[in-house]
Write a protein that binds this ligand. Structure first.
Ligand code: PLP
Length: 217
């Protein structure tokens, strides 16, 4: 991360690692936290609830990085610092309704299907402007930025192009955003492509497998 940040002329402090824990049990998560990871991510709400409960003694923040069903919003919101994966306006509306009961707004990122893969979640890039404008109607939701996953195939160069496209989309939208929409966070980059993401402006990278090389199953 530091090498990529230096190459991009950015401070390493401007990029945060979200350690994705979906592959490991809580013993390994404790090792990660002891090694300095404070931001932890899960892709499935149920797994996040269970790990957050089991590790409630630790000073960490949880990030939901995978799809959130509306019927799981109520239980998920109090447990998470940031939901990276808002992919419908119906979900935004449900989060707004539930966040009324919380001491703070629900912090979210809008997931964008920048690569256009049919099996991916996320808003089509052409629809994000309208979603940003509509988010102004949901005052209990704080939009903090955008999230994407690069195209599955194509390697580092294609990933970099996808990440650059997300950053440009953000730059186009930022001046028209309503007051509860900030777009300064860009969540992009996983084990295979986080250096490219940092080069293109990622502020959050979501890394799983690369953290566990050599850890026995
Ligand atoms: C699993 C997952 C990651 C981490 O992927 P790795 O390839 O293991 O680094 C990142 N983001 C999302 C949405 C995931 O589901």
């Amino acid at each position: 991360m530091a090498t990529a940040a230096a190459q991009a002329g950015r401070s390493p402090d401007d990029v945060r690692l979200v350690a994705v824990t979906k592959y490991v049990d809580t013993d390994v998560v404790r090792d990660l936290v002891a090694a300095g990871c404070r931001s932890l991510g899960e892709s499935r709400p149920q797994a996040l609830w269970e790990k957050a409960d089991a590790l409630a003694d630790l000073d960490v923040e949880w990030h939901l990085v995978g799809h959130l069903q509306r019927n799981k919003v109520r239980r998920t919101l109090p447990a998470v610092q940031l939901t990276h994966s808002v992919d419908s306006t119906r979900l935004l509306q449900e989060m707004d309704r539930e966040a009324v009961n919380l001491p703070r707004p629900a912090n979210v990122l809008l997931e964008v299907n920048i690569s256009g893969d049919a099996e991916k979640h996320g808003f089509a890039p052409a629809n994000v402007r309208e979603v940003v404008e509509r988010a102004g109607k949901y005052p209990h939701v704080q939009v903090c930025g955008l999230m994407t996953m690069a195209h599955r195939e194509g390697g580092a160069e294609v990933a970099r192009r996808d990440f650059a496209a997300l950053r440009r989309l953000r730059d186009e939208l930022v001046d028209r955003a309503p007051p509860n929409v900030r777009l300064d966070e860009l969540s992009m980059g996983m084990s295979n492509d986080y250096p490219q993401a940092i080069l293109e402006g990622a502020t959050l990278i979501r890394v799983g497998r690369a953290l566990y090389e050599g850890v026995p199953d």
